[in-house]
Design a protein around this ligand. Sequence first.
Ligand code: ISJ
Length: 480
Amino acid sequence: MTVTAPPLAPPRLVVRTSRIDDLPDDLGALVDLLPDTRPLAWVRHGDGVVGWGEALRFETFGPGRFADAEHAWHQVLVGASVHDDVDRPGTGPIAFGSFAFDDVVPGDETVDPTRASGVLIVPRVVVGRRDGVCWTTTIELLGDRAAPAPDALPEAYPRIPVTAPGQVHYADGSVSPEDWKGVVAEGISRIKERELDKVVLARDVAAAAQDPVDPRHLLGRLAQGYEACWTFSVDGLVGATPELLVRSEKGLVTSRVLAGTIPRTEGPDRLGAGDAGADRRAAALLAGSSKDLEEHAYAARSVAAALEPYCSSMNVPEVPFVLHLPNVMHLATDVTAVLDQSAGTRLGARDAVRGPGAGAAEVGAAGEPDGPRPPSSLSLAAALHPSAAVCGTPTESARSLIREIEGLDRARYAGPVGWVGADGDGEWGIALRSAEISERNPRHVRLFAGCGIVAASDPVAELAESEAKLEPMRYALRDD
Ligand SMILES: C=C(O[C@@H]1C=C(C(=O)O)C=C[C@H]1O)C(=O)O
């Protein structure tokens, strides 16, 4: 007789969401709550979700990083007990996540092969705000005796005061600015040789701070200074991205595609609008620039084509609008679509999980699969990544040219970052205008920026554009 060991039972989550008193009417109110230096955040216009503590953490690797994370998330929700008195997007169990841009970085021995290329973190505590409703969620892992009980959470995570990084010195990253112009020139010549239509080339800058960089310092400044962007923090990757890869909410799918950029004039606070007349002229120039419109069309088309198999109807405006940010202006297209609820089968989804309903609800308490589920926001993000806004057209040629000539380990820069809920709804941005705080030495930070290159691009102008895109993180690291 063969005796087989019983399968390991998945960890069982106990999740409670309840309404709390209004937070101060302040853009930084949510990030101001973060108690320690491993904050989780997804905030825009003062609304969003922040989290701390780790009930669970899943690390995934390589090309399967999205699917494995998705699978782990569904497994953990099976049998979760959820009491949700608020029932809004972001209430109940949620996981914050961040994923590497590339599947692998071939032949680069500087890349640590044990470093995860995807992470999902289920926090112990979440605080959220949306349209004037505020809530808190506690997430407990049954049987985790080391973890503090929900009523002991405030003492377990005392709010350590936020510290400023002090003086920051900047140095060249993997490729010097001078050499990067050569990389861009090479990209342009490959495009002219008709190898591809568009490629996005990026660079990094190394920052060394006097004191360890507290991500909450960066978050506070970004949430205030770049309020129209999605300010995020997941596992040392911090930024304020203007580009929404995908939001999926109750069957409605949205994506904000950006490509085509012009720097803004600098105001007295170094946050744009220095000269309103010059800004107006720059916006008109951008809206009429055939080079930028071409760059933009590739990006908008790539998003529409990637969403198409999962949606029953879609609206892609024919003409982009000009998005004004403090540092730059972009050509922008908001794509909206209706999720095809049966499309989950095409993604190979099996074990379904029901989301929390109104009031208290038990999620799949018996752990039984109940048929195919619609594509989750995370699987949509996986299908959309990498869009032509951060990779190029055609995707495969652009990806291999990036690997060949960029000379940069992008890590999680330009990859999806965001959150997913129990019902699969969630929001995923593209990790742009971002920086990675070194795990080994928190005084060291890498800032990233990239630019879409087409035949009519000019290396000098692209370098200037990349500098303008670095400005949000330089601003975040200052203390004035
Ligand atoms: C790659 C970045 O930005 C992307 C490239 C853009 C462009 O080339 O015009 C504009 C917005 C983003 O899609 C970045 O900020 O690092």
